[in-house]
Structure formats: structure tokens, C-alpha cells
Design a protein around this ligand. Structure first.
Ligand code: PLP
Length: 485
């Protein structure tokens, strides 16, 4: 550092990073104009752009910038060149994987949260904001039917919720030497459970993939037999994972049966409700997921069923003490933590210390609209999926592989006498032709040896008009594949 700088010629000046009011407004206005144009034209944008990615990515590689670029140029780069080459996950036609949509309200919440940049890891640092996030967790607990004193934390998504759940179950139920612990789940369970088990320190073979029945629900009796066998072999069965909506087909396990089994063998019962959990808001969803509230823990993703932008999941537990038991540690440099159970220090019940104030992303839209609007949206998605199911049944050569249990329906073209390899190739081509029209974007999965196409309806922007287009595109694509392929 030179004498000159220390005496003030540089350091007395306001840093260019400290935007004044006019500069802040100009930046936000610039971004907002682009955002509005983008969202207003979603209807006409393709549901996915899958070409040109490698060229685009290579063209964007650059070394560390030494000087600034005008924001208008940066917005142009983002909105004209970078964003368009992507799956259009915000569009009505995105019926792939598990959609969500991305409520703009949450983007505004993020702007506020990041601009005030308060710290919500410990209660004392921002008691009011921590309470708003605690309210969100409490509302989620209410939605799934958990008791008043249940609790939980917001995560960045279902994968981390599943990881935190398995670590909590391990810490609460197993001795320090836990390698004999075994986990039970269906062969259709999301791969994040397998990964969570491995990251939690278990050998992959300790995860038992129990077969599924015709409706792709875990075979409860086979689960019981496997648990008994493992006990007999000196292993330590400790955790049972059920599904409230698998990613493959939206299958809902017999949660009541699994809860009873878990109670019988004193296992921790975790439910992966990342996709399906918010359907508990609807009468149909609640009835189909009976037993959900008997889980010791569950993952529930607002960036799926509440249409929030990516990056918001949650882990709910019947007994918040278990999260505390699993995560709580002491450090001299930290502020005093809550003894009072009325309040919560999120860092004491999760692995994170510094993190974003993600609660506001759910709080703002729920407070602005009330929960009934979300319930109606989810009811509409159940109706649309059932409607698509009925229409698919009317298309000749199409067979339903998995009727909807929630908002996923799986189907394929049938060709009697064809072997699996040829039939799978035909169905991949079928999907390619549907997607090539650009109106909708579907993805597929393997159900045993069979490739199946899926429609997953979950975006708040998807309504009957887009579903009609979807079915019409499916019918036309099926028509182009008539006869030997
Ligand atoms: C059933 C289920 N569980 C877990 C996950 C993982 O969630 P995330 O992508 O938020 O990590 C998903 C993602 O689609 C899912 O569908």
C-alpha cells in the first residue's frame, strides 16, 4: 500500500461497489424490463432448446475481467444469448422431470433478503426474520398434518433434506460405530437417498432396494422379511424410507403400512415427499398419502409443489429435539443460543452456519395470496393429469404404463411381438418427435426393462390449453410412427 493511498486520495472516495439510489434503481429497472419481457413472452418460447449448448458454453469462457462492462450489455448477453439455450423450466410446456415454475414473488423476496443481507442462522441476529422463517416451517408442518410441536429447517432442496434426515436418523438411532446399520427403501426411490446413505458413511450395500408391486409401491411384506433376515444376520436395521410420490411415476407407498412396520421394528421412518408432499393441501392428495404424518421425518420441496424457484427445500421432523441432538455443537466465538424452545437457532438444527434467508421466498407468496390459491393450483394439476390420462387412453397404439397417483402419468407406444430393445428405440424416437415440436418438453424413464415417456404436470403456468397442445402433439407424433419403424 502506498503512502499516497493511505493518506486518502483513493480510500476517501466512495467505492464504485456502493451504488447510490439512482444507480440502484437504474440497475433494478434495467433487469426488471428484461425480466418482464422474458416472462411475458414465455408463452411463445420453446419448451426447451437442446442445441448449441457446447458452442455457447465455449464462447463464454473468459479470463478474470480487469475492467467493468456496462450493465445493459450484460443484460443483453444474459437474456439474448445465454438464457435462451436451456430447458425452459419456467414455461407452461415444461412437463419434464419435476417442474415447479418459479414464482416471481420469490425473486422479489430474494432481492429484499439479499439487499438487507441479514443473518438468520442464529435467532439473536435477526429475531423477527428468523420467526418469519420459523412460521414457514410451521405452516409446512400444518400442511402435512404434523402436531403443533413438530419442526424442521429449510434446505436448498430435497437431496440435502434427505441427506440431513439420514444423518439425523443415524445419529439418533445408531451407536458411534454404525456400519452395521441398514436402510430400507423401494427400488423406485429417488437416487438422492442412495447418495445420502453413502455420504452419511454407509456402505452402498447397506441400502436395501425392496421390489415394488404393479403400482410401483414398495412391497411391505418383502420389506418385513428383509428386516427380519438382516436382524438374524447380526445387522442393525434402523431406517425405513417411504415415498410420497416417486419421481418415476408419482407412486405413493403404503405409508400407513410402512409406519406400522417401522414402529414394530423400532426403525426411524423417513418419507421422501419432496415431490408429492404439498399435494396434502388437497383432499385427494391427503387421502392418497394417509399415514404421511406418522413419519419421524420427511422431505418436502417448495421448489416443486409450491412453485418456488430452485433452491428451496425443507426437512420436517415430528420431534425437533432429534435435529438438535444430531447437529448441535458449541463454539466460544458464537453468540448465545436459545435455551427457550419457543424460539429456534437454525444453525443448531442443521449443518449450515452462514446461509441465505430462504424463508422469505415462501413467506411472501403465501402471505400475499393465502394458501387456498396454492391448493387450487394443485387440484388443477391433479385434474389436468387425469384428463391427459383419459385422452392418452384414446390414442391407438398408446398404452398407459403408470396411471396417475398424483400428477405424473407414464405411457408408451405398444407394438405386439416386438422385443424390448426395438420397442425402447421406437419410444425414444416417439419422445424426440413430440419434443421437436417445441410446445412441450417431456422426459422418460426406465421402468424395469421398458422405456416409458412421462408427463409431469406441476407448474403454476400449465393449464388446459397447454395440455391440449401436448395431447395433440403426442397424437400427431404417434401418427408419424404408424407401421414398422
Ligand atoms: C422424489 C424426489 N426426491 C428427491 C428429489 C431431489 O430433490 P432436489 O432436486 O431438490 O435435490 C427429487 C427431485 O426431483 C424428487 O423428485
Amino acid at each position: 500500500m502506498t503512502e499516497d493511498k493511505r493518506s486518502g486520495s483513493v480510500y476517501d472516495r466512495r467505492s464504485p461497489l456502493e451504488l447510490d439510489g439512482a444507480a440502484m434503481r437504474a440497475l433494478v429497472d434495467l433487469a426488471m424490463a428484461r425480466i418482464i419481457e422474458h416472462i411475458d413472452t414465455l408463452e411463445r418460447q420453446p419448451a426447451a432448446v437442446e442445441t448449441g449448448g457446447a458452442e455457447l458454453a465455449r464462447s463464454l469462457v473468459e479470463s478474470l475481467p480487469q475492467t467493468g462492462t456496462p450493465p445493459a450489455e450484460l443484460m443483453e448477453l444474459l437474456f439474448e444469448r445465454v438464457i435462451p439455450v436451456s430447458y425452459n423450466t419456467a414455461s407452461a410446456g415444461y412437463l419434464a422431470y419435476i417442474p415447479g415454475g418459479g414464482l416471481l414473488h420469490s425473486a422479489v423476496a430474494d432481492l429484499i433478503a439479499n439487499a438487507v443481507n441479514r443473518y438468520v442462522g442464529v435467532w439473536i441476529a435477526a429475531p423477527g426474520l428468523v420467526q418469519l422463517e420459523a412460521n414457514v416451517v410451521r405452516w409446512f408442518c400444518q400442511i402435512v398434518g404434523y402436531p403443533e410441536d413438530a419442526g424442521g429447517v429449510l434446505t436448498t432442496g430435497g437431496s440435502l433434506a434427505n441427506l440431513f434426515a439420514l444423518i439425523t436418523a443415524r445419529r439418533v438411532r445408531l451407536p458411534a460405530d454404525f456400519l452395521a446399520g441398514t436402510i430400507y427403501t423401494s427400488a423406485d426411490t429417488h437416487h438422492s437417498i442412495q447418495r445420502a446413505a453413502v455420504l452419511a458413511g454407509f456402505p452402498p450395500a447397506n441400502v436395501r432396494d425392496i421390489p415394488v408391486d404393479d403400482a410401483r409401491r414398495i412391497d411391505v411384506r418383502a420389506t418385513a422379511r428383509q428386516i427380519e433376515q438382516d436382524r438374524h444376520d447380526g445387522l442393525l436395521p434402523f431406517c425405513l424410507v417411504g415415498n410420497a410420490g416417486t419421481t418415476n411415476t408419482g407412486a405413493i407407498d403404503d405409508l400407513d403400512g410402512l409406519a406400522s412396520l417401522a414402529a414394530e421394528f423400532a426403525l426411524w421412518f423417513h418419507v421422501d415427499a419432496a415431490y408429492g408432499g404439498f399435494f396434502a393441501l388437497t383432499e385427494r392428495g391427503r387421502a392418497r398419502m394417509a399415514g404421511l404424518a406418522r413419519a419421524d421425518s420427511m422431505s418436502l420441496d417448495p421448489h416443486k409443489g409450491l412453485f418456488l424457484p430452485y433452491g428451496t427445500g425443507s426437512l420436517l421432523v415430528r420431534d425437533p429435539e432429534t435435529l438438535w441432538q444430531a447437529h448441535s455443537v458449541f463454539a466460544h466465538y458464537m453468540p448465545a443460543m436459545q435455551e427457550d424452545h419457543e424460539f429456534v437457532d437454525f444453525t443448531q438444527i442443521s449443518p449450515e452456519l452462514s446461509r441465505d434467508f430462504r424463508g422469505l421466498r415462501a413467506w411472501l407468496p403465501i402471505k400475499m395470496h393465502g394458501i387456498d390459491v396454492f391448493r387450487d393450483q394443485l387440484d388443477e394439476k391433479l385434474d389436468l393429469t387425469e384428463w391427459a390420462h383419459q385422452r392418452l387412453r384414446e390414442i391407438s397404439d398408446v398404452e398407459i404404463v403408470a396411471p396417475p397417483q398424483l400428477s405424473v402419468v407414464a405411457f408408451r407406444l405398444r407394438r405386439p411381438g416386438w422385443d424390448a430393445t426395438r420397442l425402447n428405440a421406437l419410444n425414444r424416437e416417439f419422445m424426440r418427435r413430440i419434443n421437436a415440436r417445441g410446445n412441450v418438453y417431456l422426459t422418460g424413464t426406465m421402468l424395469g426393462p421398458d422405456f416409458a415417456l412421462r408427463i409431469c404436470v406441476l407448474s403454476f403456468r400449465t393449464h388446459r390449453d397447454r395440455m391440449e397442445t401436448c395431447l395433440s402433439d403426442i397424437e400427431q407424433a404417434a401418427g408419424t410412427l404408424v407401421g414398422p419403424a
